[in-house]
Design a protein around this ligand. Structure first.
Ligand SMILES: *[C@@H]1O[C@H](CO)[C@@H](O)[C@H](O)[C@H]1NC(C)=O
Ligand SMILES: *[C@@H]1O[C@H](CO)[C@@H](O)[C@H](O)[C@H]1NC(C)=O
Ligand SMILES: *[C@@H]1O[C@H](CO)[C@@H](O)[C@H](O)[C@H]1NC(C)=O
Ligand SMILES: *[C@@H]1O[C@H](CO)[C@@H](O)[C@H](O)[C@H]1NC(C)=O
Ligand SMILES: *[C@@H]1O[C@H](CO)[C@@H](O)[C@H](O)[C@H]1NC(C)=O
Ligand SMILES: *[C@@H]1O[C@H](CO)[C@@H](O)[C@H](O)[C@H]1NC(C)=O
Ligand SMILES: *[C@@H]1O[C@H](CO)[C@@H](O)[C@H](O)[C@H]1NC(C)=O
Ligand SMILES: *[C@@H]1O[C@H](CO)[C@@H](O)[C@H](O)[C@H]1NC(C)=O
Ligand SMILES: *[C@@H]1O[C@H](CO)[C@@H](O)[C@H](O)[C@H]1NC(C)=O
Length: 480
């Protein structure tokens, strides 16, 4: 225990060190500008919430504005380098007055986003006009997501020539994407235009030579011709095209030419036919999401070359017939595997005797018409989430999965034909285990005595049984 004088001494030393390390306050000019910004934000906020608008931004000259919420200073110069608007409630969507940002010449990140709040519907500047953002010469990150902006802000954005990251996710854009209006943003590396209601074909992005990550997910791009333009984006590392209306088999090969891809999201389109063999040439791919399409056939043997793969989702497709999992065997980095079919004609190869070189965290194979748990599960020691629901599994509840995977948190076995639930073989408690669903099986209401003991942190369990018809025999729910 330290005595009171010792504590005082320590605090004094820490304060002194703080001074030496230059924990400076922001400069007067910026402090004044911050208070002006607050006054503006107050003027467009609902009166009831006025006290919640940036309460730490005060007139008190003793308070260090570098510690005010939503701000970050350069600790040497005391200049503001980041501003994030945070949670705010406005009367209605308002214009954001860009001139208020001019004093922050060192600003590197401007973030006007707060999920679900739609704060602003336009940008304006009655001093510099469209040229406004050119003043912020150090600006790198501009996050305008979750607002109500329209395409009318593009001329303003085109002046922000220093930015490397631009997010316009979830705004009210619509119509064809006027990407040419951003022709001066040649430093852009990351562009997020997801959820913006764009339609028509995907435009050329050729002028954005440094672009590494592009997210066009959740728009209305529909023409398969659109995909051809993507050929010009050979250097992309991340491409999101999920939940558009892209279709047709042919053009999907266009992605195979993007050899630098690390993440590819094509879920929720209407791609049909066999999975293209050439996808196997994407050796850098870490994430491949092909879920919710209409792919048929088998997994291409070339998938065995996807040696960087960590996440593979083939869920919710139309696979039929014999389906081999062998190509996955040597993918040492695979952590998440998801597969399911809307057809009950799929026959997953469960007997494959190959030893997987991966240790999965997530294995989701619902709706796979499984009569036996695929052999690779036997080798898994690190599973957190297992979903084998809606299959045709029978016999004993596979408590060996709990025994082999001490980190398991979630096990879904609902809607199978299991008849016996015993936990005798389990020797270690599973402290992380939270959710067990064994409903809609044929177990008949006999629970193992040691269930609560072995799964001490179980939060949710559903054991309603289908043989008793609609009546749920037992359903335990503890909410902690
Ligand atoms: C700071 O003080 C001035 C003058 O008292 C006042 O007009 C202004 O509204 C105050 N600003 C804030 C952010 O409290
Ligand atoms: C902080 O400011 C100093 C002095 O202006 C500058 O040399 C340094 O690069 C800045 N650091 C950062 C991280 O911006
Ligand atoms: C926008 O900000 C500038 C700079 O503070 C100010 O001169 C101008 O009056 C503001 N415009 C509106 C409409 O608030
Ligand atoms: C912007 O702020 C929001 C809310 O605080 C945050 O979720 C988001 O990650 C921030 N954007 C960037 C680019 O840091
Ligand atoms: C865009 O770049 C062109 C050519 O470099 C230049 O003439 C124009 O002023 C720039 N526009 C903006 C808005 O910065
Ligand atoms: C494209 O979006 C615009 C604006 O939302 C809409 O008016 C137009 O009908 C859409 N066109 C098509 C072909 O969906
Ligand atoms: C996996 O590697 C082994 C050798 O380590 C090889 O015999 C086998 O054919 C490989 N399997 C696949 C599907 O590539
Ligand atoms: C139960 O699983 C079968 C497939 O084994 C599926 O066809 C059926 O729709 C599932 N029932 C429910 C209620 O999801
Ligand atoms: C329990 O499972 C049954 C059958 O799967 C389902 O109908 C019911 O909604 C579930 N109850 C809860 C609380 O999840």
């Amino acid at each position: 225990m330290l005595s009171t004088p010792q504590v005082c001494h320590m605090i004094w030393v820490m304060l002194l060190l703080g001074q030496l390390h230059g924990y400076k306050s922001c400069i007067q000019k910026e402090r004044k500008a911050l208070l002006e910004l607050k006054t503006y934000l107050l003027s467009i906020s609902e009166e009831e919430v006025a006290d919640d608008v940036l309460p730490t931004w005060t007139n008190d000259t003793k308070s260090n504005c570098c510690r005010w919420e939503g701000l970050k200073c350069n600790q040497t110069s005391g200049r503001i380098i980041e501003f994030s608007i945070g949670e705010t409630h406005f009367k209605e969507s308002s214009l954001f007055n860009l001139s208020l940002m001019h004093p922050f010449e060192e600003l590197r990140s401007l973030n006007l986003s707060w999920d679900g709040s739609y704060l602003f519907n336009g940008l304006f500047d009655d001093v510099e006009g469209y040229e406004s953002l050119r003043r912020l010469r150090k600006l790198e990150i501009l996050d305008l997501s979750y607002n109500a902006f329209s395409n009318s802000i593009f001329p303003f954005l085109n002046a922000a020539t220093s930015i490397t990251t631009l997010s316009l996710r979830s705004n009210y854009m619509g119509g064809p994407l006027p990407i040419k209006e951003l022709k001066n943003l040649t430093n852009l590396e990351l562009l997020d235009l997801s959820g913006s209601g764009y339609n028509g074909s995907i435009p050329e992005f050729t002028h954005l030579k440094k672009l590494k990550a592009l997210d066009l997910s959740v728009n209305d791009f529909s023409s398969s011709m659109a995909l051809q333009e993507l050929k010009n984006l050979k250097n992309l590392e991340v491409l999101g095209l999920a939940w558009n209306h892209l279709g047709d088999l042919g053009p999907i090969e266009v992605f195979c030419e993007m050899k630098n891809l690390r993440e590819l999201y094509l879920d929720g389109n209407i791609f049909l036919g066999q999975l293209p063999l050439c996808l196997g040439s994407l050796k850098n791919l870490r994430v491949l999401d092909l879920s919710s399409n209409q792919f048929t056939g088998n997994m291409p043997s070339s998938f065995s070359s996807l040696e960087s793969l960590e996440y593979l989702s083939l869920a919710d497709n139309d696979f039929t017939g014999f389906f081999l999992l062998d190509p996955l065997a040597n993918l040492t980095k695979l952590k998440v595997f998801k597969l399911s079919s809307t057809s009950d004609m799929v026959q997953i190869d469960t007997e494959g005797t190959w030893q997987p070189k991966f240790q999965l965290r997530v294995a989701a194979l619902p709706f796979c018409s499984l009569e036996k748990i695929p052999n690779f599960f036997v080798y898994q020691k690190n599973l957190r989430l297992v979903d084998l629901s809606n299959n045709r599994l029978s016999g004993d509840i596979p408590t060996w999965l709990l025994g082999n995977n001490p980190e398991l948190e979630f096990l879904d076995l609902k809607n199978n034909s299991f008849t016996i639930f015993q936990m005798h073989t389990l020797v270690h408690k599973l402290h992380k285990f939270q959710v067990l669903d064994i409903s809609a099986n044929d177990i008949g209401g006999v629970l193992p005595d040691n269930l609560g003991h072995m799964l001490p942190n179980l939060v949710h369990m559903n054991g309603s049984d289908k043989i008793m018809g609609f009546k749920e025999i037992f359903h335990l729910l503890w909410v902690r």
